[in-house]
Design a protein around this ligand. Structure first.
Ligand code: HEM
Length: 467
């Protein structure tokens, strides 16, 4: 392998490598452009660290799926992972027994056996969401944030956070804001020069270390206080079913270490499950407001299935067109366009190239979902592509890419899909959405460093029936 060349890629500068060429926002678009010149397996480097970018379905499947045993580590991010202490969370752990245990716990809590409990929560939240939208449609963005955070707080901890200024909702928002700041690409020099983490906090210019400590403490306090709420409810015998309450009830003799793991895993429900689901729901609102013909077709289907009652999660199989709309939501602007970084554990070879040990591997999901040979007319929202398709090699389910790959594939997929479905069906049953206008600039654009979301836009949300 040593004799094989590295994959091709754009030329970088000595020491910096390609760092100066990679934008902090929407790097997937730059990677997709480079892939046209250098091919689907690209090598770049950032300050000496090797990075492989995979841009085709085949390369992603061959490496992240078929060789998942060696492609499932995560690189440690110095600012967020080490200095702020977030490397203990499932999404950021290397591929190790603790990571596997965390995933197992999440998958167990979201298994088909739990579906009736989860659906009851999701359906009740969707009903309340619709009534909030009826009262103040202009605040739809805040209502979406409430819906997602309130759902995961109830599922994770049994906390019912109904008021918009509920202290637990505010705490979760604070935690997520702090975390997003820590992982924002290109903001902290220490992420490019990891040895900076060793300079003492009092050293001139080391304000990043203080900031990481403060944010890390906030994130950890919130994680502990939410867990404590659920624990105290169990001790009082008043707990409603939730991830934490179920764990504590089923494992009364759990060791402090096992309880700590449960606490850290519970934090993933809001940590990994909030901003992602919000982004997908915003895309759904935007698509509905911009594509009236798609909206009308989906409404006709919803009306035919539910009539005058509220939609239920169990209606999902009876609404193939809405399912196709939601596939387009994932494809048109994927929530995590380059997923989360994987890391390769051992040196590998692929297509006569050498993949060095420890390389960070990005799968350019956006590039695959906008590949015209897989999805003809990729810029257009066309739900029919999944229904009318006579060629099985075209239009694969975009969710098989948008939820990630191999042994790191999103364990919250079923929860996220059900939330998107019940909210979409409830909104279509109750409202017409139209006239999306950007709040800034001339066009509604997407932006983001890791999570992709549309810029703020206003849209008209009017009830379909007299209230
Ligand atoms: C539309 C919503 C969502 C999308 C698009 C999404 C997508 C993703 C993606 C792309 C990854 C990275 C996979 C990889 O590294 O290859 C991921 C990881 C993860 N997601 Fe989600 N996710 C969503 C919602 C949720 C929810 C609701 C939860 C709640 C439990 C969740 C929990 C996680 C966790 C714990 C990980 C880390 C998995 C690991 O490292 O092994 N996600 N998600």
């Amino acid at each position: 392998a040593r004799q094989l060349p590295l994959p091709p890629g754009p030329r970088g500068l000595p020491l910096l490598g390609n760092a100066w060429q990679i934008p902090n926002e929407c790097s997937w678009l730059t990677f997709a452009r480079w892939a046209k010149t250098y091919g689907p397996v690209m090598y770049i480097s950032v300050v000496g660290s090797p990075i492989i970018v995979l841009s085709s379905r085949e390369a992603i499947t061959d490496l992240l799926e078929k060789k998942n045993l060696i492609y499932s580590d995560r690189p440690v991010i110095p600012m967020a992972g080490e200095l702020a202490g977030c490397k203990k969370y499932t999404a950021m752990l290397p591929y190790c027994p603790r990571h596997r245990e965390g995933r197992k716990m999440i998958l167990g809590a979201l298994s088909a056996r739990k579906a009736p409990e989860l659906h009851a929560i999701q359906e009740a939240k969707a009903v309340e969401f619709v009534s909030r939208l009826l009262r103040t449609p202009i605040e739809y963005r805040a209502h979406i944030r409430w819906l997602v955070a309130a759902s995961v707080l109830q599922i994770g901890y049994g906390i019912k956070a109904d008021a918009p200024d509920d202290p637990y909702l505010l705490a979760v928002a604070k935690s997520l804001k702090g975390f997003s700041e820590m992982v924002a690409p290109g903001v902290y020099l220490v992420d490019g020069f990891p040895s900076l983490k060793y300079i003492p906090e009092w050293f001139p210019g080391a304000h990043f270390k203080r900031r990481a400590r403060e944010v890390g403490e906030t994130i950890s306090e919130i994680e502990k206080s939410l867990y404590q709420v659920a624990q105290e409810a169990v001790e009082r015998g008043e707990a409603t079913p939730s991830f934490v309450a179920d764990f504590l009830t089923q494992h009364p003799g759990a060791t402090p270490e096992e309880r700590e793991l449960c606490r850290e895993v519970a934090a993933q429900f809001y940590g990994a499950g909030s901003d992602t689901t919000v982004s997908a729901l915003l895309s759904f609102f935007l698509i509905m407001a911009q594509c009236p013909h798609v909206q009308q077709k989906a409404q006709a289907e919803v009306d035919a299935v539910v009539g005058d009652r509220s939609p239920k999660c169990s209606d999902r199989d009876s609404m193939p067109y809405l399912e196709a709309v939601l596939k387009e939501v994932h494809r048109w602007n994927p929530v995590l366009p380059i997923a989360l970084p994987h890391q390769v554990r051992h040196e590998d070879t692929y297509a006569s190239y050498r993949i060095p040990t420890g390389s960070t591997v990005f799968a350019n999901t956006w590039a695959v979902l906008h590949d015209p040979t897989l999805y003809p007319d990729p810029e257009q929202v066309i739900p029919e592509r999944y229904i009318d398709g006579s060629d099985p090699s075209l239009n694969p389910d975009p969710r098989d890419f948008s939820f990630g790959y191999g042994r790191r594939v999103c364990p919250g997929r079923s929860l996220a899909e059900d939330t998107l479905f019940i909210v979409a069906a409830s909104v279509l049953a109750a409202f017409n959405l139209s006239s999306a206008v950007p709040l800034k600039g001339e066009k509604i654009k997407y932006h983001g460093g890791i999570i992709n979301h549309p810029d703020e836009f206003r849209c008209t949300i009017s009830p379909r029936r007299p209230t």
